[in-house]
Structure formats: structure tokens, C-alpha cells
Design a protein around this ligand. Structure first.
Ligand code: ADE
Length: 220
């Protein structure tokens, strides 16, 4: 499931530049039983299997014996939803473990004793935590200094200043009668900056008004 993510785009560039190491670990390799199983029947009954604590603990302990980890993240739909400030914070970490949750559930003791942070990527349920882990990793990796060619480009992302990004245009100035706004074609940088800010506020008000709560105070 991680192959495409690891082989293409920015995470791959970051790895090639030596800015990042990313390793996958299969919990089955840490199973103590001969069937290499990583789940078991739930106490008290109920449908489905539950991921066992032992292989997870053995895996995390083996990794921690090699180096310290800043966070052990668990992906789950019943956690706080990932946002840009969380991604910013995680990009400051040196080492992170992301434990992929499973739709059938994970022994609660894992969450109580082994995990330091839980993250959801949105209010919908995926069939496993792998895609969520890839989303979290991508959001964080692109913020690591040096990963993006243009250092300023992550700073001008949507959400970095609590606003959605303004629209952008490139050549030609007119296509099928559809025009680039005049202000962007002119030479006045101050007017262009004002236009971008106004459009960012307008777009945020229209599409994600909740992001503007508290925004006015911080701008005054
Ligand atoms: N696992 C299943 N659904 C998820 C979600 N929305 N976020 C994170 N992990 C998940």
C-alpha cells in the first residue's frame, strides 16, 4: 500500500536528498507465535478480531532500542483530526513511529500505554490506517526544511496563515476569452499582495468560514 507513496513525488525526493529515512515494519515479523498472527478474538465477544498488544509492543520496543522517538502516533478515526498546526509540530520531530490502526480494533492497552498521540485524517472510516499514515507522513515530510525546492512555498500553502490560498494564474493572459485579473498583469507589487490577501479572505469566508474565527483578532 505504501509503494506508490514511497516511490514518487516529494517523499521520494526527500529520501534521495538524504533529508529523510522512512522504514516500513511488518507486525507479523514481531509475532511470538508460529502462525505469525497479530490479532485474536475479542474478550466479551463481538464481531471481528482485535490486534494484539504483544507484537506491537515488541516492534515498538525494538525500534526504541535503536533510537529515541519523539512520538508514537496511532491512526484512528476516533482521534483528533489532522490539521496544519499538527503537521507543523510533527515536522520539528526527529523520529516518529506511526502505528497503523485497523478497522477491527486494537487492544486498548496499546492506546493507553504505548501510544503518545492519536490522529484521524477526517470524519470518515477507512478500512485500515495505512492510507492515513501515508497522508500524515506526506503532510509532515513536505514541511521538513530543504524538502521543498522553494523554501517559501510551504509557508504560502493554504492553512499556514489560517486562510485558504488565493487563486493563481499562469500564461497566457487570456484563453478562450477567460482573463487573468488585470492587477496580476501590472507592475504594482503592493497591489498584487493586497489582491492575494483579499482573495484568500474571500475564499476562506465562502468555503471554510470556521477558519476565520479568531482570525480578525490576530490581524488587528
Ligand atoms: N483508520 C480508519 N479510518 C481512519 C481515519 N479517518 N483516520 C485515521 N485512521 C483511520
Amino acid at each position: 500500500m505504501f509503494a506508490g507513496f514511497l516511490e514518487y513525488s516529494i517523499p521520494q525526493r526527500a529520501r534521495k536528498k538524504g533529508l529523510l529515512e522512512l522504514e516500513l515494519h511488518n507486525l507479523r515479523d514481531y509475532s511470538a507465535n508460529r502462525y505469525k498472527s497479530v490479532d485474536d478474538y475479542p474478550y466479551g465477544g463481538g464481531a471481528g478480531m482485535v490486534m494484539s498488544i504483544e507484537p506491537i509492543d515488541r516492534c515498538i520496543s525494538a525500534l526504541k532500542a535503536e533510537r529515541p522517538y519523539d512520538e508514537v502516533i496511532f491512526t484512528s478515526p476516533d482521534a483528533r483530526v489532522l490539521d496544519q498546526p499538527m503537521a507543523n509540530g510533527l515536522s520539528m520531530c526527529k523520529n516518529i513511529i506511526i502505528l497503523c490502526g485497523h478497522y477491527k480494533g486494537v487492544d486498548e492497552r496499546v492506546r493507553e500505554h504505548l501510544v503518545t498521540m492519536e490522529i484521524s485524517i477526517g470524519d470518515y472510516v477507512l478500512s485500515g490506517g495505512e492510507l492515513a499514515a501515508a497522508v500524515i507522513a506526506d503532510a509532515v515530510i513536505r514541511l521538513v526544511p530543504g524538502v521543498l525546492g522553494d523554501e517559501t512555498s510551504a509557508l504560502s500553502d493554504s492553512f499556514q496563515d489560517g486562510l485558504l490560498s488565493p487563486p493563481v494564474y499562469t500564461r497566457p493572459p487570456e484563453y478562450k476569452g477567460w482573463k487573468v485579473p488585470d492587477v496580476l498583469l501590472g507592475g504594482n507589487d503592493r497591489l498584487k499582495a493586497e489582491w492575494r490577501y483579499e482573495k484568500a479572505v474571500e475564499r476562506t469566508r465562502e468555503r471554510r468560514p470556521s477558519l476565520l474565527e479568531g482570525q480578525d483578532a490576530s490581524r488587528q
